[in-house]
Design a binder for this molecule. Sequence first.
Ligand SMILES: [Zn+2]
Length: 59
Amino acid sequence: MSSPDKKNYHSQVSETVKSKKVSCNGGGGALGHPKIYLDMGKENQIICPYCSKIFILEL
Ligand SMILES: [Zn+2]
């Protein structure tokens, strides 16, 4: 049998925002990443490709 390799995905962070265009730098510090801008387009949420933080549009 193959050994189970379960990973914990429950550490994902989300934030509600009031604009479809958001910027993210991972929160800065050691866990940060270069600041990027994200545009949700037709969606009401977007996930940062660097830190997987979820931005949810607050309606
Ligand atoms: Zn990020």
